[in-house]
Design a protein. Structure first.
Length: 897
């Protein structure tokens, strides 16, 4: 191998071969110099082959080479063949002459073109090239680092090409602040080690590449591990960026998602460090839905893998808002990658950089690898979000159903709805319209009281107006099982625009969702709400519950109205009862009579026919008068006809009147009771006694309210209210053929049964006192009280003649009494069969009384009207007593005495 150092020695040697002595001296010196150089070269060679890292190589330069030659510092640059550039690869920072210059970091990060006037002098050459900086520094396109070196005092530079397989892979750039540093020796020496240096550099580069790849893999693995734990969308980019920022020099990023239609995309998740956050329009950009054919997204669709976009090449005016904001934040290059994998809705991953050329092949490779991990993470998040959403929906609807279950009034309802709807964060306003009773219009029921526009005159008018259901909007909602979305702008283009749509437009309500409110198949109304985001399951759940609540509130409101109506009516009835009770002087306040009063008050005001039933003397006529007095006819006298009192032919005339000469003895025209009772009440007492032939005539008057007098031709129309009374069982009379069924049904419109006195023992004392007071007042006999013994006796008596019998008994007894207290009562003997003797034992009296009562009750012991009932004792007690007193059927089923 030829060694330039050795040749130099020969040259020197040749020059100095002047004499023999000198020759040997020179030879010796040069041989030792050569030996020394050889040794150095060998050592250096050894060192270079040991080089594994940049530091090893730096040591070669800084200690080994510097011990042989003078230079200030050396830099190894590498060539990027593809881009035709070179860039610093290895520097000895300590020795660097320009280490304190501000430009250093940017110079170290820069790339320089191979055709610049500096490197082009040596690139492609096999030998080192040195030159004075003064000679080239003023040339155009001189690289910046050379200028800085020059400014720092560097005077000379040497470029040593590094070659591998005939190709220049880089250069050693050596600098010196002295002219003449790069001697031929130096050049020859560095030439000799240049191929070793090239191998060392390539080894370092390969090592570095391997290490870098391993590191990238490690970082990606880290990201992947961390992504596996991400459950929430908001954490997604934080986790990704923590690793990705180590690998790619992007500034920030964002992910987008397509909507259900596949025609629009919007932000899925943003980088928490995005510089666009500072812009006022940031929230709008977050919410905005952008068409996929907006020019930017279009560039990515259809392409497999990441697409790099030069942001400066877009027309900003036409670009989507998010693009403008990112541009304004300094982004100049972006890469957009549609996430691989089958997702329901396409996701994209977008990264921004402030410098063009940031996203090189290596960066794109990493972005592509991250994208597939992102897809898996997003799928996990989507699954998690679905679970969380379902849970949230469930608990939301549960809370709402709790609130709604407590709703009783419209106010409660509006509070519950407002609370629930406000939780659906995106709702800007809502209104519930209910279908009116006419079934063809709707009216506002409740609306969002917190909305900003509620005081607007247009809104006020909208809630005060009834709108036709068939307006193309409301009917559309009511015909649909699903919520319907109305875009206000589109609806405004209808030929006929409903007034409320204009109000939506004026209020800035852009998108209105209409949902039918119905229970079962019955439509109640519509919920309109303005919202961007609709959670269909929640909306449907809310509407189902709202519908139930509305129908409950409406029913409740109706009940409250009815209740207050009933209360008013009840008060009125009570008043009427009092009037009737007082004016008719009906005595008795026991439950049986209370019921009678109740019925009287209900029927009094009407024109209904009343049928009074009850034993003789129970007060049927009194009640008839009470009903009349409580009726609007009270100002006219009630007319009474006793159907039992007259023979059939006379009753007819009595009822309908006759014309003169109608029959023998009819000397004058007679006005019948029906005519007399015109505009008043006709009381037909003892109706059960009415002869059958007259029953037909009566039936006609009752049905047609018209009749003719006997012998008369003109039909007389009357307005008569009929109250009939009987002590017979009319049903039995009908069955026996003695009473016409049709008349019975005509009369039995409003039956009132008067209880016998024995069934209302509690009324006996008040009645007795009442009659006593009345009688003593009428007769002037001052008997003012009744002894307890007498009251007891009165209570024990069965009163077959009822109140009338009591009234008469009191009359008689008062006449026979001395003193102011009635102490003796003269109950009819016949009822007990024989006089009660003072000689009788209590047991005998009791036995006789029970037998007598059993006889009156026809042998009936238990049940209504039975002896136990009359005696006011439980039937079991009566049975026991009868057994004890040896009362058998023969005692009471024989002829009643
Ligand atoms: N609850 C009462 N309070 C005061 N007096 C009463 C009461 N019930 C009946 N009387 C009196 O008893 C008598 C008989 O009553 P009333 O003529 O109304 O009975 P009635 O059922 O129509 O009898 P009849 O079937 O025999 O015609 C009357 O003098 C009446 O004033």
């Amino acid at each position: 191998m030829e060694k330039p150092g050795f040749l130099n020695v020969i040259d020197d040697f040749e020059n100095q071969l002047t004499d023999k002595k000198n020759f040997l001296k020179v030879l010796k010196k040069h041989v030792s110099c050569y030996e020394n150089e050889k040794e150095v070269l060998l050592e250096l060679s050894n060192d270079i082959t040991q080089v594994r890292t940049k530091i090893d190589l730096i040591t070669v330069f800084s200690s080994r080479l510097k011990s042989l030659f003078y230079f200030t510092h050396a830099v190894v640059s590498l060539v990027d063949k593809q881009q035709q550039t070179y860039y610093p690869f290895l520097i000895d920072r300590e020795a660097l002459q320009i280490k304190h210059r501000d430009e250093l970091p940017s110079l170290l990060a820069s790339r320089f073109f191979l055709d610049d006037p500096f490197i082009s002098q040596a690139h492609g050459s096999d030998m080192p090239v040195s030159f004075l900086l003064d000679d080239i520094i003023h040339k155009p396109d001189i690289p910046g680092f050379l200028k800085v070196n020059y400014e720092c005092g560097i005077k000379e530079a040497m470029i040593v090409p590094l070659k591998s397989k005939m190709e220049t892979i880089g250069h050693v750039l050596m600098y010196s602040d002295r002219i003449g540093a790069f001697s031929d020796d130096f050049k020859a020496f560095i030439s000799m080690i240049s191929s070793q240096l090239s191998s060392a550099v390539s080894n370092i580069k390969i090592n570095e590449e391997i290490e870098f790849k391993e590191w990238v893999n490690e970082v990606l693995l880290d990201i992947s591990n961390n992504l596996a734990t991400v459950r929430h969308r908001k954490d997604l980019l934080t986790v990704v960026n923590a690793g990705l920022k180590k690998l790619v020099k992007f500034t920030h990023n964002v992910m987008t998602i397509l909507d259900e239609t596949g025609e629009n995309y919007q932000v899925y998740v943003t980088d928490p460090d995005s510089p666009t956050q500072k812009f006022p329009k940031y929230p709008e950009a977050l919410m905005r839905s952008n068409p996929v054919n907006d020019g930017v997204y279009t560039a990515a669709s259809g392409s497999e893998g990441p697409v790099v976009l030069d942001m400066t090449s877009f027309d900003l005016d036409k670009a989507p808002l998010w693009f403008k904001l990112n541009y304004a934040a300094g982004a100049r290059e972006m890469v957009i990658n549609l996430l691989p994998g089958k997702a329901e809705r396409e996701l994209s991953f977008i990264l921004f950089a402030d410098k063009k050329g940031t996203f090189d092949a290596a960066a794109l490779n990493i972005i592509e690898r991250i994208s597939s991990q992102l897809f898996t993470a997003a799928s996990n998040i989507a699954a998690n979000e679905e679970i969380v959403n379902k849970e949230r929906e469930k608990s939301f609807l549960l809370n709402f159903s709790h609130d709604i279950a407590a709703v009783r009034s419209k106010y409660d309802f509006s509070v519950a709805v407002e609370k629930a709807v406000k939780k659906l964060s995106s709702v800007k306003g809502y209104i519930i319209r209910l279908i009116d009773n006419d079934g063809v219009t709707t009216s506002s029921y409740v609306y969002d009281s917190t909305a900003t526009f509620i005081n607007d005159p247009g809104f006020k008018q909208m809630i005060a107006t009834r709108f036709d259901i068939k307006d193309g909007i409301q009917d559309k909602v009511l015909c649909s099982a699903e919520p319907i979305l109305f875009i206000t702008d589109q609806e405004m283009r209808r030929p006929v625009v409903p007034q409320y749509v204009r109000t939506w437009s004026d209020m800035g309500l852009r998108k209105m969702i209409g949902v039918a409110l119905r229970t079962g198949s019955k439509d109640l109304g519509i919920l309109f709400m303005e919202t961007d985001v609709v959670n269909l399951p929640i909306l449907k759940g809310i509407c189902a519950q709202i519908s139930t609540a509305i129908s409950n509130v409406l029913v409740n409101e109706q009940l409250i109205t009815y209740k207050s109506m009933l209360e008013v009516e009840n008060d009125h009835l009570k008043e009427q009862i009092n009037t009737i009770y007082n004016s008719a002087e009906i005595v008795g306040s026991g439950p049986e009579m209370q019921q009678v009063y109740q019925l009287m008050s209900i029927v009094a005001k009407t024109n209904s026919t009343v049928l009074l039933m009850g034993e003789t003397g129970t007060g049927k006529e009194l009640v008839a008068r009470g009903v009349h007095k409580g009726s609007p006819r009270k100002d006219k006298l009630m007319v009474k006809v006793n159907c039992a009192a007259l023979p059939a032919n006379l009753i007819e005339s009595e009822l309908f009147g006759h014309e003169r000469g109608a029959f023998t003895g009819a000397f004058e025209r007679r006005i019948g009771k029906f005519e007399q009772a015109h505009n008043s009440t006709l009381f037909l007492d003892e109706i059960g006694e009415l002869p059958l032939e007259l029953q037909v005539k009566l039936l006609r008057v009752i049905q047609e309210r018209e009749f003719e007098r006997i012998g008369g031709k003109t039909t007389i129309k009357v307005d008569v209210r009929i109250i009939a009374a009987t002590n017979r069982n009319l049903e039995e009379e009908v069955n026996a053929g003695r009473f016409r069924a049709d008349l019975y049904y005509r009369l039995n419109v409003f039956p009132i049964s008067l209880p016998p006195l024995r069934k209302r023992i509690e009324d006996i004392a008040p009645l007795a006192n009442y009659f006593l007071a009345r009688h003593s007042k009428n007769t002037g006999i001052k008997v003012t009280s009744i002894s307890g013994k007498v009251i007891q006796e009165l209570k024990s008596y069965p009163w077959p003649g009822n109140v009338r019998e009591l009234e008469h008994l009191l009359e008689r007894s008062v006449l026979l009494t001395n003193g102011s207290t009635l102490r003796e009562i003269y109950l009819p003997k016949t009822r007990f069969g024989k006089d009660l003797s003072v000689n009788q034992t209590l047991e005998e009296i009791e036995r006789a009384h029970i037998i007598q009562t059993l006889k009156i009750c026809g042998g009936k012991i238990a049940g209504s009207g039975g002896a136990a009932d009359v005696l006011g004792t439980p039937s079991t007690t009566l049975h026991a007593k009868m057994k004890k007193l040896k009362i058998s059927k023969t005692d009471y089923l024989s002829q009643a005495s």
